[in-house]
Each structure stands twice: as C-alpha cells, then as structure tokens.
Design a protein around this ligand. Structure first.
Ligand SMILES: [Zn+2]
Length: 839
C-alpha cells in the first residue's frame, strides 16, 4: 500500500512538472490582453506538455498574426519537405505602419556615416531564431510563450520597448527536423512521465531530428547558403541588417545553460573586439534573468566564435552581434540528471527567459548597438580604401556553371561583383569572359569577402569547435587572382543569370562534350537513362580546331535505338538544362585518337546504392544523397544496415559506404555480404574512417601511417587540450593529381585542393601510376593541423582503388562532398561511379 502511494506521488509530481500553464513562463507583474489566444487555446495542449509539431506551431503563429496588430507574418519559402519558412515581425502598431521606411533608414546605417542624433531616434533590430537543431526543441516551444507575451502584454513598459525594437522572430529555423523530433518524443511519451534515462523516449533512432531533410547541420550553412532554410534567413538578414541575432540550442542532458561570450582565445581575428565587449554587456542581462529564476549557467567555455557559417558567428562579420544559447536537453519530456530532474518546461523557461533578456538588453543598449554597427561599416569602408589589392578575380574557363555557383553565394550575401570585360591571362591562369567575375574590394562587405576568400595557417589557439578553414575559391577548386586595379572589370552584375548551354547543328555522325563542366555527370546520366551508347575518351585530341581533354563524352549517332533527330532533340534539351556546350562533328578523323579508336571506352548505366543507418555518419550519407538527388538528378537507393544482409544486391553496380561512427551495424555478416557482391563485379566505395573497417575485413590491402605521439611534459589538466590539438577539425590541403587517370577526368589543373577532417593517413603505392591523387610535400593551404599530423600527411595519398574478384574497392580518406558546398571535389565521386571500368 505504501509503495502504491509512493508511485502515485511520483506520477503526480512528474506529470505536475509537465502540466505547467503559461504562467510558469510569463512575468506575473503585467496585464495580458484577454483577446489574444494562448497557445493551449489553439494547439490543444499547454506549452511543454507535449512537443509542439511544426504544423501546430504554424497554426499558432498564424493566429497571433491575425489577432495582434503588433505582429505581421510572412512565408519566405519552403523546406525540402514543403513546410513554410515563417518570419514574424513584431513591433509597436505605430512602427508597423511605417515599417518599410524604418527598414530603409536602418539599412542606411551600414551605408552612410549617420550622426549620433540620427541613431538616437532609431529602433534597434533583433533577429531571434529557435531550434536550428530539430532535436533541441525547447527554443521553438519557448517561442510560443514569447510570441504570446509580445502580443498580449499590456502597459507602458512593453509599449515603449516595442516602440524601440523591431523583432524578427524565426519560430523554427529547421521545420523538418523539429517535426521529426516531435514525432519521436511524443510517440514515446508515457502517460506517467518516466524520467529513466534508459527509456526509448531519450534514445532517438537514426538519423535523429537534429538535421534537415537531407541530414545537413543547418547551423553550418550560414556562409555556404546551399540549403533552402539558410537562403531564406540570409535574405532576411541582409534585408534588415539586425543588430543582434540569437540562436537557441540545446546541449547534453547533464549540463546547465550556456550563453556567449565563448572562449576568448577562439574568436575569429576578423571579429572586432568591440563585438566581444558588447557580447559581454548583453550577457549581464542573461545572467540576471537566470539568477532570478535560480538557474545555473556558464560562459567563456566550450563554445567559440570562429567559423562564420554558424548563426551565432555570421552576424559578427556583418556588423551585428551573434549570441549562442545552449540549454541542457531533456531530449523528451523529463530526465534524471546530475542537476536533479530536468523537465521540458524547465528547459523552455530558461529559453523564454533569455529571449526576454535579449529583448531587454537590446533596448537598454540600443544606441550602443546602432553606433557599433555604424562604426563597423565606417571602418570597413576605410580599410577598403587602402591596401594594394583592389579586386579579386575568379573563374574556371572550362566550367561556367561551377563559377556561377560561387558567384551565387556572393550574391546571396549582397557582395557586389562585375563581369570580366574581356579574356585575361595572368601568369598560368586564363580567365574567360562569361566564365569569370571581378570582385572589387572597395565595398561595404569587404570584411565578409576577406572571410570568404582568405587562407589562414597560423592561429592563436589549436582548438576549434568546428572547421578551421573554408576558403571558397579552394572549396570550388576555382582559379583566382588578386588585381591591382579594376580595369579588367566590365558591368556590375545586377541579375545573376545561370550561363546558357549551346549545341551546334544536327549531326549524322557524332556529338562531343567535355567532362570539365560541373553538370556533365547529370547530362551523361540522362543520356545513359535513354539507353544511348556513350564512349569516354581516354586521351586528349583535337578536332575541327577544338581541343578535347581526358574524359570527353562521345555520342555516336548511328546504330542507336533513337533516330538522329531524336538524339539531337535530347541533346539540345540537355545542353540547355545542364548548361553544357555540345559539339557536333561530321568526321571521325582527329589529331590524336580518332573517334573509332579503342581509346574511347564504352560505359554502362550505373545503379547506385548508399549504405545508411546506425553506425554510419548521417551527415556524410546525407551529403551523398543530396548530391545525387538534387545536383545530378540521379536515383540513389538508401539501404539501411538493418536489412542490408537480406537484400538482393545483384542489380547494383556501385555501393557507397560513407564515413562511419562506431561499428554498430557493421557486422561480420555485412562484411561477408558486401565481399560476395564485390567479388561478383560490383564497386564498393568507402569513405573516411570506413577505410579502416575495409582494411580490417580484408577488402583491400592498405598501409596506414600511424601517429606515435606521446605526451611529454603535459599535465593531467592539459590532457584534453593536448588531445584536441591533434584533431584535424577541418582544413584544406593541396594534392597533385595525375590527369590521365580516370578518377581525375574533368580537372584542368595539376593540383586539386581537398577538404580533410579525418586522421586516416595512407602510404602511397610503390607504383606511381597507382597514386593518381597525392598530397604535396607542403600540403597545408588553409586551416589548422598539428605539426605531427602534418608530417604524416606529407606525400601520403587520400585515394586508392584496387580489384577485388571481378569487382573493385575504391577508397577516399577525405570528404569529397563536404556540406554541399565543396563543389571542387564532387566530380571525384562521379568519376569513381562512371569510370571504374576504366581504372
Ligand atoms: Zn544545437
């Protein structure tokens, strides 16, 4: 009996924590407008009782916008799963009436040297965003209480604050992830809440709700801007130029609460020290808010302000202040932790409180923040007018589409650039008009340009929360040079149009196109899907005065299932859709290999599978899925490790094993299954640390270079720093490539920058022709690597391919598809897929 009572008491207690009504979050010393609906009136449960699904979140925000004259709502696009990307603009009714005028005046701060008196009159602009990681949902759930407060609170204080502030509220930075996690947490919730950490509720299935639809970490995409969610945000950012941007996250369950400033020695050098001073000023408001409700917190540890592709760092190079919040995660509804029971409402209340303290801080520091923003751009303009380099030119004379994609990123960040006025040769680099752009450094965003183009190899600290290098011309493998004047510049680009393709007149003999163009694999796949016979040139040749490189695609007209007319129509369409230049020829006679030569190799239509599931890094798998599905329009079958062993693999020509995480799922049965399939003629492509598993299971003979570092004079207290310094968190290295090897077809230079964030080092083969990609003797181009690891890397190889039975095993130690913006090495994977028979 006693036991029953105790259980009932615990049940009441734990469910009590979850049935908090709105007053648990809200300030109680103000009146609330009864005409404004509370979240529970619309979504059917209290905030924190269940995890709000994205559709219900939308429903509530739409209701608020309808009912409150302080709130307007816009939909800025949609996610891959078709969910709206909402933005609420929240300010006084009066400001709403002149909103466009206020916006234009605000943006003028970044363009003109406004007086202090002018700044005094202006509202401050804050951009508050929630739960960019979908399984860190306390932010998005707190957003409902916060939006309610902003809509419903009455009195002079709130009126005055709203009069002085424009709040841009992004209720869910990652709708698809939020939805995925809400489904998980809600479907596993017990009626009698169970705080036992072992409960399934707290152990999400792969890939979890952190990422977006294609499993990308959206909080790394603020600078590359490759994903729809980021693109909507960046547009809002530059439309408004906010003074403060906040990014509400969650961290591990046993932690407390973090707010910036982060680790002082790990601030990017392009971020002004005044930015950190203001961050510190703002932090006092967060501290006071959390002190008031008794919540523990920490600052200046663990998190940094380095990589500008994060939400809390991107503003720092754009005249604003970015703030990161991290709340210990209940990862469900309630969990036992080192700090006692951690309930979802408790997490939500901390997020609510810091959203409120941001609003308050921005108000109190309004003129400081506006002055800082003015001075940031004033200093930028000053810096831009000095220095010997006046511009940067970039372009690939054989790949207008890839060049365009880099220009597109600049365009999204409102960096201005020009056409090239006429073809230009600088040293060994040739820039072609129409396939190159000139970026003047004398413009307001010159600091951002620096952040995107610079190469950096010396650092104050050897620890990085994320990557240490992201130089865009290297990521794109793009020729680029500094210019001393703007004399090569043509008209400023105001409408950035994707370069058009072209095709010659119809031929009765053959068509040719070069493999160097970014979308050539997409075109080739379309042609193969129509069962048209295609051959690939193993050597360069010249025909009709045009030179063709390794890997040129040959489509003979005769003896195909399609008629000459149908082939021409298809290729015309492909030239247009895939931005290619397709040549028609009327003779097979060339200088070099003739078109009937056996140096042209027939290739077959691939059918590709991708191994996914527990044990695989979902980021790596998602990047590959996204690349095939959205860039090259190629079907790729995701096969989960759960059922791989029972699957008939015989139809697949290629199977990709992405980077792994632990060894769960990679059983001996999986190894046997893949070995049998490879022996029968398939190609298995392994990435990063999967290489170690492939070696262990005898798929391939690989010799690793091992690091033999031992700690000398390193104390226990310095251990984690010592170990951290040996991590290559992400840096860029130079390789020398053998262009005659099929893995390198389509590359016009003899060197290729690659991105590396692994510690796997391969000895080169003793036969040089088996080392088509090899790190140079001084490979570091940009980013941090320890001296010891650099020694291991020098002259090692990131790629290897060898026969296994009738099939082949191909390995890459580096990520060729990193975060959807590493355009420069995407072709390596495509070459492995299409040209493995030629290796
Ligand atoms: Zn996070």
């Amino acid at each position: 009996m006693k036991k029953v009572l105790l259980i009932t008491a615990l049940a009441l207690f734990t469910s009590g924590l979850l049935s908090q009504d709105l007053s648990y979050y809200l300030p109680q010393d103000v009146e609330y407008n009864p005409a404004i609906p509370k979240p529970a009136d619309i979504i059917g449960h209290e905030v924190g009782e269940w995890h709000v699904t994205h559709d219900k979140l939308v429903q509530y925000m739409e209701t608020l916008a309808r009912e409150s004259s302080r709130i307007s709502l816009e939909n800025r696009g949609e996610t891959f799963e078709g969910r709206p990307l909402l933005l609420l603009t929240i300010t006084s009714e009066e400001n709403h009436e002149n909103l466009e005028e206020i916006r234009q005046q605000h943006v003028r701060i970044t363009e003109a040297d406004l007086s202090n008196a002018a700044l005094e009159e202006m509202p401050v602009v804050i951009y508050q965003g929630f739960s960019i990681h979908g399984n860190e949902p306390s932010g998005a759930n707190a957003g409902m209480a916060y939006a309610y407060y902003l809509a419903a609170a009455q009195g002079e204080e709130i009126e005055a604050m709203l009069g002085n502030t424009i709040i841009l509220m992004d209720p869910s930075f990652n709708p698809d992830g939020l939805q995925r996690f809400a489904y998980w947490a809600n479907t596993n919730r017990s009626m009698h809440l169970n705080p036992d950490n072992n409960d399934r509720e707290y152990h999400e299935v792969w890939p979890g709700g952190r990422t977006n639809h294609y499993w990308f970490d959206l909080n790394r995409d603020w600078l590359p801007a490759q994903l729809p969610e980021s693109r909507a945000r960046i547009k809002t950012y530059h439309r408004w130029m906010p003074n403060v941007l906040t990014d509400h996250h969650e961290m591990s369950t046993n932690a407390t609460f973090f707010f910036q400033p982060g680790v002082p020695s790990r601030v990017h050098p392009l971020t002004p020290s005044e930015n950190q001073r203001l961050t510190r000023e703002i932090s006092k408001f967060h501290a006071a808010a959390l002190d008031r409700i008794g919540s523990l917190y920490f600052t200046e540890e663990r998190y940094d302000d380095y990589y500008y592709g994060k939400g809390s760092t991107y503003p720092d190079v754009n005249g604003g202040i970015g703030i990161l919040f991290e709340q210990a995660s209940a990862r469900g509804h309630i969990q036992e932790t080192d700090n006692g029971l951690l309930s979802f409402p408790f997490a939500i209340r901390n997020q609510f409180s810091t959203a409120m303290s941001t609003f308050k801080a921005a108000n109190e520091l309004r003129t400081d923040l506006l002055t800082y923003q003015r001075n940031f751009y004033k200093n930028n303009r000053l810096e831009a007018s000095i220095g010997r380099s006046r511009a940067i030119i970039f372009g690939d004379n054989q790949d207008a589409a890839r060049t365009w994609h880099l220009a597109e990123i600049l365009n999204r960040h409102k960096i201005t650039f020009h056409e090239l006025s006429s073809d230009l040769t600088l040293g060994n680099k040739r820039y072609r008009k129409g396939s190159a752009y000139v970026v003047p450094l004398n413009q307001k965003n010159n600091r951002l340009i620096k952040a995107m183009f610079e190469k950096r190899t010396s650092f104050k600290d050897s620890l990085f929360y994320d990557i240490s290098a992201w130089s865009f011309p290297l990521a794109f493998n793009m020729d680029h040079s500094e210019l001393r004047s703007m004399s090569a510049a043509g008209a400023e680009v105001t409408e950035l149009e994707m370069p058009a393709g072209a095709i010659d007149d119809q031929s009765t003999y053959a068509y040719l196109f070069e493999w160097g163009e970014y979308y050539a694999p997409r075109a080739l796949n379309k042609i193969l899907e129509k069962d048209i016979r295609v051959k690939i040139a193993k050597s360069p040749f010249t025909i009709d005065g045009n030179q063709f490189e390794y890997g040129t695609v040959l489509i003979p007209v005769q003896n195909q299932e399609m008629s000459a007319g149908e082939i021409y129509d298809l290729l015309s369409q492909i030239a247009d859709e895939d931005h290619l230049r397709i040549h028609s020829v009327s003779t097979g006679l060339t200088q070099g290999i003739d078109l009937g030569s056996s140096e042209f190799k027939r290739i077959k239509k691939p059918k590709v599978a991708l191994i996914v599931g527990k044990g695989i890094r979902s980021y790596d798998a998602g990047e590959i899925w996204h690349l095939f599905d959205t860039r090259y329009n190629m079907r790729i079958t995701k096969i989960d490790l759960d059922y791989l062993v029972e699957t008939d693999l015989s139809e697949y020509t290629d199977i990709i094993l992405p980077g792994t995480r632990g060894k769960t799922g990679l059983t001996d049965q999986v190894a046997e299954k893949l070995q049998a399939w490879t022996n029968e003629g398939g190609q298995l492509i392994g990435y990063r640390n999967a290489v170690k598993w492939l070696e262990e299971k005898s798929f391939m003979e690989v010799h690793f270079r091992q690091d033999t570092l031992v700690a000398k004079n390193i104390s226990f207290g310095e251990k984690s720093k010592f170990k951290g310094a040996q991590e290559t968190g992400g840096a860029i290295f130079n390789t020398r490539i053998d262009r005659s090897h099929p893995i390198n077809y389509g590359y016009k230079n003899n060197t290729l920058p690659v991105f590396r964030n692994s510690n796997v080092y391969l000895e080169p083969d003793k036969n040089s022709f088996n080392n088509p990609i090899r790190y140079t003797a001084s490979p570091l181009l940009s980013g941090y690597i320890s001296e010891e690891n650099l020694k291991l890397l020098k002259n090692s190889v990131p790629f290897k391919s060898a026969k296994l039975g009738k099939g082949r095993v191909t390995i890459f130690t580096d990520n060729t598809n990193f975060r959807a913006f590493w355009y420069g090495t995407n072709k390596l994977l495509m070459n492995a897929i299409f040209f493995d028979q030629m290796m």
